[in-house]
Design a protein around this ligand. Structure first.
Ligand SMILES: [Zn+2]
Length: 309
């Protein structure tokens, strides 16, 4: 199966710490390598991973607060320096187009990379990719902010022993998948007889926001949810006031949305001990729980087994 994983570049909100770089995440998903919210230092953090700037196919920015986008100038210039041969799509809230233009041309450089600038104009905007659909949902934050999710369509997994039992091979398999059935010597074989349903995988990226419908829309049945938990419940009032989540809120969203693997990140520098985020979230979520650390990799969990039928 092709590689699907999250590479964490940085995990700090607002201000970096000695242990945590500003935000930054890369999602490898088949032929897409998507950079989310490159904060300051993202270009250098990449050097500590197996991802290179020229691997990037797409950049998604949730909003134009500095910790989510001040890595854009360096990263964009690096694409040209490395003469990236393929186009790189860039998505960001349309209302922040002026910020993007400034960051893109922050200093003089010789631009050779082809950027395909595709701003997010509306809640629910969808972008068709070869590996699924990228969808943006409006979040609740003091400035225009969109979270993203990548949804692979449900499909079928062909069962080799059943295909063999009917003597179906080669181009006939493709026809069976396409048409849904195959007529063999007067007997019709349907796709369902020789395959099992296969759930599409889902990745969601939720950053920065207070609780709102968009959070739940993005998190719904995510196999891997990356979500901000800037604060702990002791600062719940402050979190609500400034449009952020607590670890407990993020964990409850994950439970209510059927999330399988939960990655908490974007931590305020006021908390020295990351165990506190784990302990608070654990009270509300009993699935896979990861408190993100810089320069770690998180795999998509194996596909959910689809119910028979
Ligand atoms: Zn923000």
């Amino acid at each position: 199966m092709s590689m699907r994983e999250l590479v964490v570049l940085g995990t700090a909100s607002q201000a970096p710490t000695r242990q945590r770089n500003h935000n930054g995440y890369v999602l490898r998903w088949d032929d897409e390598v998507i950079l989310f919210d490159p904060g300051e230092g993202s270009q250098r953090q990449l050097l500590h991973t197996t991802v290179t700037a020229s691997d990037l196919t797409r950049i998604c920015v949730t909003h134009f607060h500095g910790d989510h986008c001040l890595g854009l100038p360096g990263t964009i210039q690096r694409l040209s320096l490395d003469r990236v041969p393929h186009p790189v799509a860039v998505h960001f809230p349309a209302g922040g187009a002026e910020y993007f233009a400034r960051l893109r041309h922050a200093t003089s450089f010789y631009e050779t990379a082809e950027l395909r600038v595709e701003p997010i104009e509306a809640d629910g905007q969808r972008i068709a990719l070869s590996c699924g659909t990228l969808e943006a949902r409006r979040l609740r934050h003091p400035i225009e902010t969109y979270g993203y999710r990548l949804v692979e369509p449900d499909g079928h997994r062909m069962l080799p022993d059943k295909l063999a039992a009917y003597g179906i091979a080669g181009p006939a398999v493709g026809e069976l998948i396409r048409v849904g059935h195959l007529d063999l010597d007067g007997r019709r074989v349907t796709r369902d007889e020789v395959s099992e349903p296969r759930h599409g995988q889902r990745f969601a990226f939720v950053m920065d926001t207070g609780l709102c419908d968009g959070v739940y829309a993005l998190a719904e049945h995510a196999d891997l949810l990356v979500i901000e938990s800037t604060f702990l419940e002791s600062e719940a009032a402050l979190a609500a006031e400034v449009g952020h989540l607590t670890a407990a809120q993020a964990a409850r969203v994950a439970t209510e949305s059927g999330v399988r693997r939960l990655v908490l990140t974007h931590f305020s520098q006021r908390y020295a001990d990351p165990r506190r985020f784990h302990d608070e979230a654990r009270e509300h979520f009993d699935g896979d729980l990861i408190i993100a650390e810089d320069l770690t990799t998180v795999q998509l969990p194996p596909r959910r087994v689809a119910s028979a039928g």
